[in-house]
Write a protein that binds this ligand. Structure first.
Ligand SMILES: [Zn+2]
Length: 453
């Protein structure tokens, strides 16, 4: 495979160089030395010789590119025999090598000394949770690790092998870099890869054991990294752990049901109360102290699990500084992009259609002729269904629904009369979505959002 890629690259590279030289009025035929360099295979042969087998490629990556190899851990059934294995890439080793890179060190230093405008929230470290965090308050220069858990199918998701090959992956990024680097793949590290069926059989507690062991070490003792030949201590702790709602509740040890009893990992809201009350003040927020009491109470009487909406201690509670009531962030994609946004879109469009302000067909025509900006081209919204008034919902991916939500005023605002109640709801909802998804917001807007809710 590597040799194939080298050959492919070489062929295209020759053609590319020759073409551009010719375009600029230089024929390589006139220069035998250049022709020889371009047509010579020596460089590529030498380069490909070092990686001509999978083993050599791995050895090359280990010695030259600081590759940290995954460690295979064995999962055993209760009676003892080996049941399965999964892979864990040691976090301490990855961080030690990652943070020894000159550019990463510079970036972390620059971010540390950057003057921050206290009126704005643009980074995790701007919020009160970070400022009052028992670990980061004492270790302000420690690395903030943001984890992310995801599950995905590696085979046809509607085929017969569905679920059998579903994988569960844990990734993390270092929050001490500037925001613009956070989503780049090269700064996202894979920590653990395991089949989902193994998680079900053996439990997260067992699967996460090696990872949590390393994270505890990073909290307690830290590791030593070498910067410019000088040894320096480095501490780190988990700042947040993102996941879809179901996985977040599993990670936090909360009830994994969202249509009865206690459904929220942040407050004590019940499914029924959430439909009747809309202010944060109307609900009791969960706190580490209350959560401790809930767990104790459930140990004494398992029936209290339903009362408090908890299933047991979180697998992450082994960490000294992880607060399950605050560090499992909201699932914006499912709550907003796949939840509130398509619902509000459907209700607003249907109401406009019903009140004869604009029909669904007319909105579709507007959408067809709308010039979409460069950034939204990939997420051009899908046409609205003619059956939207009946059972149908808003079609498309989460990004397409978000795009339609932002573009809706261009499609129909000119037909909506002033002081229109359904349009007011849309505008308030749009303000909230703008705040939630913005990269930088004024601190005071957070209170606006709460007031709107
Ligand atoms: Zn809540």
């Amino acid at each position: 495979m590597t040799n194939f890629l080298f050959c492919y690259f070489k062929e295209n590279y020759d053609v590319f160089i020759t073409y551009h030289l010719k375009e600029n009025g230089f024929s390589i035929l006139e220069c035998p030395e250049l022709r020889e360099v371009i047509h010579s295979n020596v460089f590529f042969e030498r380069a490909s010789a070092a990686v001509k087998s999978p083993y050599m490629l791995k050895e090359h990556c280990k010695s030259k590119l600081n590759l940290v190899e995954p460690v295979h851990h064995v999962l055993r059934s209760e009676s003892g025999p080996q049941m399965a294995t999964y892979s864990y890439v040691p976090i301490t080793e990855v961080l030690a090598r990652y943070c020894s890179h000159e550019d990463i060190v510079d970036e972390i230093q620059a971010n540390r000394h950057m003057e921050r405008d206290r009126d704005y929230l643009s980074n995790f470290s701007d919020g009160t949770y970070f400022m009052e965090h028992p670990f980061f308050k004492v270790n302000p220069n420690a690395l903030c690790l943001h984890f992310y858990e995801d599950e995905f199918e590696v085979t046809n998701p509607i085929g017969s092998k569905q679920m059998k090959h579903k994988l569960c992956a844990f990734y993390y990024t270092v929050g001490n870099l500037d925001n613009k680097h956070q989503s780049k793949l090269k700064h996202v590290h894979l920590a653990l890869l395991v089949r989902q069926t193994f998680v079900k059989h053996c439990g997260l507690q067992t699967v996460l054991k090696p990872m949590l062991g390393d994270l505890k070490k990073l909290e307690r003792d830290g590791i030593t990294i070498i910067i410019n030949g000088i040894e320096q201590p480095l501490h780190a702790a988990v700042a947040t752990f993102s996941a879809v709602n179901l996985s977040a509740h599993m990670l936090g040890g909360f009830t994994m049901s969202f249509n009865s009893h206690r459904v929220c990992r942040f407050c004590m809201a019940t499914y029924t109360e959430m439909k009747e009350k809309f202010n944060e003040d109307d609900f009791v927020l969960r706190s580490p102290e209350a959560h401790e009491y809930h767990l104790k109470s459930c140990t004494e009487n398992p029936e209290h699990k339903v009362t408090y909406g908890v299933t047991g201690p979180s697998p992450l509670s082994e960490l000294n500084y992880f607060d399950v009531t605050k560090a499992l962030p909201h699932d914006i994609m499912h709550d907003l992009l796949e939840g509130v946004i398509p619902l509000v879109l459907k209700l607003v469009v249907c109401q406009a259609h019903k009140e004869k302000h604009i029909t669904i067909q007319e909105i579709n025509e507007e959408l067809q002729h709308l010039a979409i900006g460069q950034n939204d081209k990939k997420n051009r919204p899908v046409q609205l269904s003619e059956r939207l008034m009946q059972s149908s919902g808003i079609s498309g991916s989460a990004a397409q629904k978000w795009c339609l939500f932002r573009l809706l005023p261009f499609l129909m605002a000119h037909r909506v009369p002033p002081s229109c109640s359904y349009w007011d709801v849309f505008l308030i909802c749009r303000d909230i979505v703008d705040i939630v998804t913005s990269l930088k917001i004024k601190r005071e807007f957070v209170f606006f959002e709460l007031a709107c809710l």
